[in-house]
Design a protein around this ligand. Structure first.
Ligand SMILES: [Ca+2]
Length: 254
């Protein structure tokens, strides 16, 4: 999946050429988009020994921002939409030292028997640049991608990059964990911004948000589970359901 630039997959959204040099943008591990002084501070924190409480910042690595899409002149607004703020800095997320991305190169499946583009493995391959070759595209309606961690794990955070090729809002984002692949045992909902329950998974209280390169970090609060599902139902740009990367940070089960 590193063969960028590459032919585009389409999608009827006026795709243009992949952002030249996007992958070559200088990045500092975990905070490539931060101002230098902030990045230096975070790096110092990430590189230092775990605090006395055994916690350490997750060493997240951010992809490059898209240059294919441009921030909308009049972003969608509303009481249930987080304002688009490209200068917003996410605070470091503390988790037990040693937490790692348990989803990387594990097993992914999806609800669409014949994706419009790509394959489920794209969402756990470690590549999350805003490039068409990195994106799994599922047909319209309620769809999901599911990750099998291989064994029960202790999950501290789920980080989603659904489709940050464009500044858009993905609708009905629901993140759940479960003990079994069919999601019948110990199902926990970690995030749900489906206010009107149109996805029929229950009414959610979380807000909608704009896709950017920082992704969306969901606090999993140490839940124990083997499977993680992320649902969506189209976006403000398209009826398609697009997924770039799902990271599941935690520790293998005891
Ligand atoms: Ca990917």
């Amino acid at each position: 999946m590193n063969a960028h630039p590459s032919p585009l997959s389409g999608g009827g959204r006026g795709n243009s050429a992949p952002p030249p040099g996007a992958s070559a943008r200088p990045q500092r591990p975990g905070c490539g988009w931060l101002p230098a002084f902030l990045a230096a501070g975070l790096l110092a924190g990430a590189a230092s020994a775990p605090a006395a409480d055994g916690l350490a910042p997750l060493p997240l690595k951010l992809p490059a921002p898209t240059i294919k899409g441009t921030p909308p002149d009049q972003p969608l607004k509303g009481p249930h939409i987080e304002p688009l703020d490209l200068n917003k800095v996410r605070a470091p997320f503390l988790a037990p030292a040693g937490a790692r991305n348990l989803a990387l190169n594990k097993t992914a499946t999806c609800s669409d028997p014949k994706p419009r583009n790509g394959e489920p493995a794209l969402v756990i391959d470690g590549s999350k640049e805003p490039m068409d070759d990195d994106v799994l595209e599922l047909h319209k309606g309620v769809q999901y991608v599911q990750v099998d961690l291989g064994a029960p794990c202790v999950i501290h955070a789920v980080v989603l990059w659904l489709d940050h090729r464009y500044y858009q809002i993905i609708h009905d984002v629901v993140v759940q964990t479960a003990e079994d692949a069919a999601f019948t045992k110990n199902v926990r909902t970690l995030f749900n911004n489906d206010r009107d329950n149109s996805a029929k998974l229950g009414e959610g209280a979380d807000k909608e948000y704009f896709e950017t390169n920082q992704g969306r970090l969901v606090d999993a609060k140490g839940v124990q589970a083997r499977y993680v599902r992320c649902y969506s139902q189209g976006s403000s740009e398209s009826g398609l359901n697009c997924y770039t990367e799902i990271e599941v940070w935690g520790l293998p089960g005891q």
